[in-house]
Design a protein around this ligand. Structure first.
Ligand code: NAI
Length: 308
């Protein structure tokens, strides 16, 4: 099984690292526009093979898409961060150009690939990829909910003082500080609702920390995070390549589900060898439905910038 990761930066290279040491794919190609960069990252990862113990072949390429031919999954992490003085529209315009040309290039060599979009603003870039490529909706998956949910479970584990692995929790909606919706009502610890252990005030604090989870790390690191983002992409890729059928919140094109149309936004999906195999209909209460509708409005506003 072959995976291409476009963008050998922090998130892309971490994802390649996790995919190799966990043996998720037999081959990983890292591709970057920066001369020699992907080759260097690939070589560094390959030099872990004997100490970490893996057989995955990782190689790098400077913009030579022929090396990506026959990929089963392509992850797009290429893009630029917002620079001082740059408007949101300008950032969207630049990243949209990058994501669109990358999608065209990878599909020319891997026409059957499933595309995982990571570049921000992720929901809008997922929507653009779907529209620009004309691929069926099961083959274009936005990664954001997996990361936001892992942060949610982290903050729940801190509040509960219990291991994250015993905690279930999900974040849906847009992948942004103000648009994501941590579903505290449905979160559980060892099968019991977390509301049995935490007060409403504590739950609200967990939700608030989750929503600024990315910004908190950017404040500490001076740049956006990569370990949890890279691992979250690898988790999603594993579910596709190894047909795990995990339920993972992903940004997916909605056609009536959750009361929305013509938008890519985070909802729980069953992820397997065909990509998005099912959109899971979680019964939201009225307050959650209202939050979801508000989140969709915000994502739609962002999508409108694509056209300007
Ligand atoms: P980074 O700056 O470390 O890496 C980006 C890489 O993309 C750079 O190496 C750059 O040379 C490359 N690149 C730029 N244009 C390219 C092109 N046309 N073709 C090939 N490569 C190209 O950034 P980082 O931290 O890895 O983040 C990558 C993206 O992922 C950003 O847009 C970031 O906002 C987003 N992100 C999304 C998350 C999510 O949950 N969806 C989580 C974390 C980051």
């Amino acid at each position: 099984m072959k995976v291409t990761i476009v963008g050998a930066g922090n998130v892309g290279a971490t994802c390649a690292d996790v995919i190799s040491y966990r043996g998720i794919a037999s081959e990983v190609v890292l591709l970057d526009i920066k001369e020699g960069f992907a080759e260097g990252k690939a070589m560094d990862i390959m030099q872990c093979a004997t100490t970490t113990g893996f057989n995955t072949r990782v190689s790098g390429s400077t913009n030579d898409y022929s090396k990506t031919a026959g990929s089963d999954v392509v992850v797009i992490t290429s893009g630029i961060p917002r620079k001082p003085g740059m408007t949101r529209e300008e950032l969207i315009g630049i990243n949209a150009g990058i994501v669109k040309s990358v999608a065209d290039n990878v599909l020319a060599h891997s026409p059957n690939a499933i595309i995982v979009v990571v570049s921000n603003p992720m929901d809008t870039m997922t929507y653009l990829t779907l529209k620009a490529t004309g691929l069926p909706k099961n083959r274009v998956i936005g990664m954001g909910g997996a990361l936001d949910s892992s942060r949610f479970k982290y903050y729940l584990s801190q509040a509960l003082q219990k291991p994250s692995n015993d905690i279930q929790g999900m974040v849906i909606g847009g992948h942004g500080d103000t648009t994501m919706i941590p579903l505290t009502r449905l979160a559980s610890y060892n099968g019991s609702p977390v509301s049995n252990f935490l007060s409403q005030e504590e739950l609200e604090k967990v939700a608030a920390s989750t929503m600024v989870g990315g910004a908190t790390l950017t404040g500490l690191l001076g740049t956006s995070a990569w370990y949890a983002p890279g691992a979250s992409v690898a988790y999603l890729v594993d579910s596709i390549l190894n047909d795990q059928k995990r339920m993972i919140p992903c940004s997916v094109y909605l056609e009536g589900e959750y009361g929305q149309n013509d938008i890519c936004i985070g909802v729980p999906c069953i992820i397997g060898k065909n990509g998005i195999e099912q959109i899971v209909d979680v019964q939201l209460n009225d307050a959650e439905k209202a939050l979801f509708a508000k989140s969709a409005d915000a994502v739609r506003n962002m999508n409108a910038d694509l056209k300007s």
